[in-house]
Design a protein around this ligand. Structure first.
Ligand SMILES: Nc1ncnc2c1ncn2[C@@H]1O[C@H](COP(=O)(O)OP(=O)(O)OP(=O)(O)O)[C@@H](O)[C@H]1O
Ligand SMILES: [Mg+2]
Length: 398
């Protein structure tokens, strides 16, 4: 299939009640440039208030990272790239990928096109479509489900799709192939536990699939009654850079840098910094070490307020490393409260307040088993994950 190979795209952003051209993105070789259009500069908003202020400047970066990371956030991660490979049997440029997903379902509040006069297609999927998709997941020799969006903007590595039920948009997360443990159930239990610990999480529910597996429905926080909300990842906020091989070349994957960015751009900086601190405490307590920079982000409300997004992708026992995925203190990502307590200033907390937060959360996770059971997680799955949840940790010496 011949796919257009543009060097320049129009970047559309949702404003008031429609997508309007915000600026242009040009990529040549490793270089990328973005500049705002005059109209958007006058009536729109900064797509990244820290790195892309509303000026007439031409912003440049190596690819869609660094200063242009908010545009790179609109690209898929490994799951979406896998789907693209299955659909097109060829590797595509970033601009090709961005222009392929021209659906109203696409993540965040941006949309990309070669044309100045364009709008996304309304091809939302429903539960029936999702069942077809889940059948394809278990037997990929079948054809792709009909009306599969071209490309996929939904990030992350696990199998997923986007659907709408009763006018509400959801991400559906499936159990990865060859995964013996019921990950959707563990994620559901972990999100319920986080909520019980005072961490805001999206509405989420477990559903049974025809093949006896379960999937997790997570309500999208990048929508306000179907209107798209602009989103920026923690990776962009931290200014993470990659080399050609996809390896990180600067160590800015840090909760402390994230907290600093929240101080600058959140409309409730103190609430958001404490919320971020709680997420670290929670991740330590449930051994979620997959808390990488793309598993955090900020959302811009329709009235222009940037806030830390609700917490997502919280999975007890997840991640291969013994450390957290981002720096929390002088010992890097070492998942200990002693490490974290040396950075309390970054979160606007005194040491005493931070210790009180930790103790309250240890108290709150005591009933985790009952909570998981009440959330529909089986006893088997609970036994398999019990090692990860540190309910008996001794924090009296902090
Ligand atoms: N409830 C939500 N609303 C809006 N966007 C979301 C939501 N949950 C996740 N996302 C976005 O979708 C991306 C993928 O979701 P998620 O992190 O849950 O998938 P994953 O495959 O488990 O990721 P990973 O590769 O980190 O394990 C996130 O990085 C985030 O940008
Ligand atoms: Mg993720």
């Amino acid at each position: 299939m011949k796919i257009p190979d543009p060097t320049t795209l129009v970047v559309f952003a949702w404003l008031a009640d429609r997508y309007i051209p915000a600026g242009k993105l040009r990529v040549f070789g490793r270089q990328a440039e973005f500049w705002y259009g005059d109209h958007f500069r006058q009536y729109g908003y900064a797509l990244d208030p820290i790195k892309l202020p509303l000026t007439s400047e031409v912003f440049t970066a190596e690819g869609l990272q660094g200063d242009l990371g908010v545009l790179g956030d609109a690209l898929p991660d490994s799951w979406g790239r896998y789907l693209i490979k299955r659909q097109y049997h060829q590797s595509l440029s970033d601009l090709q990928i961005l222009s392929l997903d021209a659906s109203r379902q696409r993540m965040g509040g941006l949309f990309f096109s070669c044309e100045l006069d364009d709008s996304p297609v309304d091809n939302t999927h429903d539960l029936k479509w999702m069942h077809q998709f889940s059948r394809w997941l278990t037997d990929k020799s079948n054809d792709f489900p009909e009306r599969m969006e071209l490309g996929s903007s939904a990030g992350g590595a696990k199998p997923k799709c986007l659907i709408q039920i009763d006018e509400i948009e959801w991400i559906v997360k499936f159990q990865p192939a060859n995964e013996p443990v019921n990950k959707p159930a563990i994620e559901h239990g972990t999100l319920k536990l986080a909520e019980a610990c005072g961490i805001p999480v999206p509405d989420n529910r477990l559903i049974d699939l025809p093949d006896k597996r379960q999937a997790l429905l997570v309500k999208r926080f990048d929508r306000d009654r179907k209107k798209p909300l602009h989103y920026m990842s923690g990776q962009t906020l931290c200014g993470v850079l990659f080399n050609d091989a996809g390896q990180v070349i600067n160590d800015t994957r840090s909760y402390l840098i994230l907290a600093d960015a929240l101080s600058k751009m959140s409309t409730a900086p103190q609430t958001d910094r404490v919320d971020l601190f709680r997420r670290i405490v929670f991740n330590i307590l449930v051994n979620n070490h997959d808390d990488h920079a793309k598993n955090h982000g900020v959302v811009r409300s329709l009235d222009g307020k940037w806030r830390l997004s609700k917490a997502f992708d919280l999975v007890a026992g997840e991640g291969g490393s013994r450390d957290l995925a981002m720096i929390i203190g002088p010992e890097g990502g070492q998942a200990t409260f002693n490490n974290l307590l040396q950075s309390v200033d970054s979160f606007g907390l005194s040491r005493r307040e931070a210790i009180d937060e930790i103790m309250a959360m240890v108290e709150n996770i005591q009933n985790w088993k009952q909570l998981f059971l009440a959330s529909g997680v089986s006893k088997n799955t609970i036994n398999e994950i019990a090692w990860a949840i540190q309910a008996s940790i001794d924090v009296s010496g902090l």
